[in-house]
Structure formats: C-alpha cells, structure tokens
Design a binder for this molecule. Structure first.
Ligand code: DX5
Ligand code: ZN
Length: 230
C-alpha cells in the first residue's frame, strides 16, 4: 500500500491512562485515522483491559472513529452497550465464535462497521465466505492479549493472501494488521498489502511523543515506497 493511503489506528492499550484524553487528541491532530480500543475479558485472552465507560469518555474528546477490538467471549452480549457508549466499529474474532455470521449481521443492523480478526494460527481461507459482508479484516500479527509483543513474520504471507482475496472482490474491505507494529514491521506489513496499521507501544510508548512516532511510521513506509520506485 502507498504511504499516503496507509491508515494509522493508534491502540490506546499502550497509552498513559492518566492522560488518555490528551493523548487521543494528540493522535487526532497528528492525523490518526481511528482509535483502536482493545477490550479483553480475562477468558478469551488472559488479561482484563477496559469496557464501555472508556468509550463513553473518549467519545467526548474525539471525532475519530472509535474501533472496538472485541477479545471477549460472547461479543454479541456487549454490542449494544458499546454502541450506546459511542462506538463506530467492531472487530470480532473468528476464533471461538460459532455464529460469526450472526454477530456480523447484528453489528450491521446496529449501523456500525464490522470487521473480523484472525489469530496467527488461523488460515486466511476461513474468511472467504464472510468477506463480502465485511468492512475490514484484521490479521493479528501477534497472539492477542498483550501489547508490546514481537511481530510474527510468519503472518506476512497471510497478509498477502488476504489482500489477494480482497482484490478479487474489487477491494471489498480494508486489510488491517495488529500487533508488534514499529517502523520496520510497518514497512513490511504495508508492502504485503496492509492498509490499516494498528500500533500501540510504538505510538504511545515513544518518548518523543505521539505525533513524532506517527510521523516516523509514515516516513518508514514512504521511504520503502521511494526505494522501490528508484
Ligand atoms: C493485542 C492488541 C493490540 C495491542 C497492540 O492483543 O490487539 O491492539 O494493543 O500493541 P502493540 O502495538 O504494542 O503490539
Ligand atoms: Zn487490538
């Protein structure tokens, strides 16, 4: 994907929660496309993280799309609560959901964007029938549940495969990646076909600040592109 078309989705899991509003505002000013909110229930993944009250608070400080990554059992039971809090978009996992089609339909009925996330061990092929219904596929580039993990390079061919599947359907939906994204892996993932990069620690954990970190990610993708053209 071209540097200027790659979208950045800062994940607040790595933010300083004492300064959350400020950091999200900084990300918005620096051109973030959306804010990624990781919801964990201690069952689907080992950790607990945050719930709808955070969405409600953030709704007051940003106009950006609030994207909810549901790492929870029974996401259907929580959709309405998150919609009422101000969520715009949901990423639900293929894993552990026996009725994924129903979940996606429900999200659409609520008038929100629907995406499906796939873990590193899950093949791209499971997405085939669902793709025409989706707004986004999220290829997990780490095993979900924790920030600050190392990008799994074995997911790169899957990003390419998902991109090809999406192109066969005339670019039906976005291809996102989540986990271990830094300047180096942003370049690799976007070259493989990712158009949305979720990044937590490399944006909110950068000592030079959110805007500089986002600029660094964009620059590394752009450098790659200009090297290819040279
Ligand atoms: C991991 C989460 C990610 C996480 C990414 O389960 O889905 O969104 O915040 O964090 P980094 O960018 O630090 O790997
Ligand atoms: Zn996430």
């Amino acid at each position: 994907m071209e540097a200027d078309t790659v979208k950045l989705a800062p994940s607040i899991l790595a933010a300083d929660f004492a300064r959350l509003g400020e950091q999200v505002a900084e990300a918005e000013q620096a051109g973030a496309d959306r804010i990624h909110i990781d919801v964990m229930d201690g069952h689907f993944v080992p950790r607990l993280s945050m719930g709808a009250p955070i969405v409600q608070s953030l709704r007051r400080v940003t106009r950006l799309r609030l994207e909810i990554h549901m790492m929870i059992l029974n996401p259907d039971s929580f959709l309405e609560e998150f919609v009422e809090a101000g969520s715009d978009s949901f990423l639900v996992h293929w894993e552990g959901n026996n009725n994924l089609h129903r979940t996606v339909r429900r999200i659409k009925e609520l008038g929100k964007y629907a995406g499906v996330a796939v873990n590193p061990a899950t093949p791209a092929a499971v997405l085939e029938e669902m793709l025409p219904e989706l707004d986004q596929v999220l290829v997990m580039t780490v095993n979900p549940g924790f920030g600050h993990q190392q990008f799994l390079h074995s997911t790169l061919p899957k990003i390419e495969r998902v991109r090809q599947m999406v192109e066969r359907l005339d670019g039906c939906c976005e291809v996102g990646v989540d986990g271990g994204i830094n300047q180096e892996t942003a370049r690799l993932a976007s070259a493989a076909g990712a158009g949305v990069l979720v990044a937590g620690s490399s944006i909110f954990g950068d000592n030079l600040g959110v805007a500089t970190a986002m600029g660094g990610l964009r620059a590394s993708i752009a450098r790659h592109k200009s090297n290819l053209l040279a």
